[in-house]
Design a protein around this ligand. Structure first.
Ligand SMILES: [Zn+2]
Length: 253
């Protein structure tokens, strides 16, 4: 189904409604609205508890369904400021989702034994809500407090905030190994100055930008056709993209 079809869960009307509803939300929550539209059978609260890579794998699928397999990326070179425009394939970036059902094995490190879970978007939202997102150390402490289920040293329980830095570092490495899609990076080389650098890739933000562009274009089409023919918004959207384009061409003569 493409967003240009008028009807259905991912039809133009439903997408415009979701776009409008999600405007005021945080980017992480916007993605949840779109995921809920595409997978209505999944409980609304479930997306935020999935490992980030699993959630992002669904966002890749939704992007492909709506907009195809090409991702247009615009990045400014940090060295010379040159604007780089790249067309990437979703298949080049799509992470292998972790096996969410299996959970992660306990970690043993420096005499500590940790049971933990992989972070989901609920955990990231909790950091933003408390303002910890601006303080990396406080954010990591709070994230560990949420994701470390049990920590023991020499048989005694230990609070997550009391874990020594080498154990925390190792835990972060383990989390990255078990959920490689949680932090997707694209390696880039500037054609103007040759500088090599990498950039974090956020499929949720990319999907939202594409939807935002599509919504603006679609509203302009509705405006043109509603003005010319007196049709209502649902009537214009029910036409489908190809017929809308033909009528707009005739209106603009
Ligand atoms: Zn450059």
């Amino acid at each position: 189904m493409s967003p240009h079809d008028g009807h259905g869960a991912l039809g133009a009307q439903a997408l415009l409604q979701a776009w409008e509803q999600a405007q005021a939300l945080h980017p992480l929550q916007r993605a949840d609205v779109l995921l809920g539209l595409a997978w209505p059978e999944v409980a609304p609260g479930a997306w935020g508890t999935l490992p980030l890579g699993t959630r992002d794998a669904h966002l890749f699928t939704l992007f492909e369904t709506l907009f195809g397999a090409t991702l247009d990326l615009r990045v400014d070179c940090p060295a010379c400021g040159e604007a780089l425009e790249l067309a990437l394939r979703t298949t080049d970036l799509r992470p292998e989702p972790p096996d969410a059902g299996a959970g992660v094995p306990p970690l043993q490190c420096e005499g500590y034994e940790l049971a933990y879970r992989l972070p989901g978007s609920d955990d990231l939202i909790a950091l933003i809500d408390t303002g910890d997102a601006r303080d990396p150390d406080a954010a990591m402490a709070r994230l560990l407090d949420r994701c470390v289920l049990q920590a023991r040293h020499a048989g005694q329980p230990v609070a997550a905030i009391e874990l020594p830095p080498p154990v925390i570092e190792r835990l972060q490495q383990e989390m990255a190994v078990h959920d490689p899609g949680a932090d997707l990076r694209v390696a880039l080389a500037c054609p103007a100055c040759g500088h090599g650098f990498d950039r974090r890739f956020d499929i949720g933000a990319t999907l939202w930008d594409a939807l935002d562009d599509w919504a603006e274009r679609t509203l302009a089409e509705v405006h043109t056709l509603a003005s010319a023919y007196g049709w209502s918004e649902p009537q214009v959207l029910a036409l489908g993209a190809a017929r809308r384009q033909r009528y707009i061409a005739m209106v603009q003569g």
